[in-house]
Write a protein that binds this ligand. Structure first.
Ligand SMILES: Cc1cc2nc3c(=O)[nH]c(=O)nc-3n(C[C@H](O)[C@H](O)[C@H](O)COP(=O)(O)O)c2cc1C
Length: 250
């Protein structure tokens, strides 16, 4: 079986396991609670037994820096919608980059063959989440090295856990280069069949010293709008009936 066939096969299994199952579970919860079809349209996640979960990855080595401020603003707003959240800190430890050894595909690992950093932890968390938000500081007009290394390995070795799950990127910078960093991250989502969630502006926040991002009022508003849009899309996906998109044979 070649790599494409393998990815496709695992995607079908994963799609059934991670998307269809929670939806059907939610619907049966709604039915069990006696909600009518119209009620079901207006209920919030908080009324359902299982909340949807958004995993937010903070790519900054500064645990409480500006990227964290941006993600915290999103988290608070998501929680207002009854969405479960987790901010995962990449931290300051080294993250390997993909060496294209192919072991993940050859041995059908469903994870990276290297288990000595955070990559497989993130894969495991992603498998249990319904959406992904990646926040990165801008380093020389790009996401920082840790974010790029991590996302490339997560997506290459465990793409089946992310496809069809909504995603968004957030870029945080002092002055410039945020649009290219933002674009870089979005390009990864767009190759992974992940619906990209938007806001009122590109998801950019400005700040240099720790905490300065909170002073960027427009940036913070953009984060809240992103959270509202993410919650809205998740609600539509997880309380209605839908079939997964068809994938053409490559
Ligand atoms: C190595 C390095 C490169 C940077 N490159 C840029 C850049 O290209 N553009 C910019 O506006 N800020 C740049 N910065 C500033 C950071 O993006 C900014 O301080 C940001 O708030 C850091 O986010 P954090 O607090 O979450 O780590 C750079 C910082 C570092 C350490």
């Amino acid at each position: 079986m070649n790599r494409r066939d393998f990815l496709k096969k695992t995607a079908i299994v994963a799609a059934g396991a991670t998307i269809t199952a929670p939806v059907s579970a939610m619907l049966s919860n709604a039915e069990a609670s006696g909600l009518t079809e119209m009620d079901a349209d207006t209920q919030t996640y908080a009324q359902l037994d299982k909340k949807v979960k958004v995993l937010l990855i903070n790519g900054s080595p500064r645990r409480d820096g500006n990227t964290f401020c941006a993600l915290q603003e999103i988290e608070t707003q998501l929680q207002k919608h009854g969405v479960e959240t987790e901010i995962f800190q990449i931290g300051a430890k080294a993250v390997r980059s993909c060496i294209n050894c192919g072991a993940c595909h050859r041995d059908r690992l469903g994870k990276c063959v290297f288990d000595d950093d955070i990559c497989n932890t993130v894969i495991q968390k992603m498998s249990q989440s319904d959406a992904l938000i990646v926040g990165s500081p801008v380093y020389y007009g790009q996401p920082n090295g840790g974010v790029l290394s991590l996302m490339q390995r997560v997506f290459f070795s465990a793409g089946h856990y992310v496809q069809n799950k909504p995603a968004a990127a957030v870029a945080v910078c002092r002055r410039g280069g945020a649009t290219s960093a933002f674009q870089s991250m979005n390009m990864m989502f767009q190759m992974m069949n992940m619906p990209v969630v938007t806001s009122q502006y590109w998801n950019i926040v400005y700040g240099m010293n720790k905490g300065q991002a909170k002073l960027d009022t427009e940036g913070m508003q953009t984060m809240r709008t992103l959270a509202n849009n993410m919650a809205w899309l998740l609600e539509k996906l997880h309380t209605g009936t839908y079939t997964l998109p068809e994938r053409e044979k490559e």
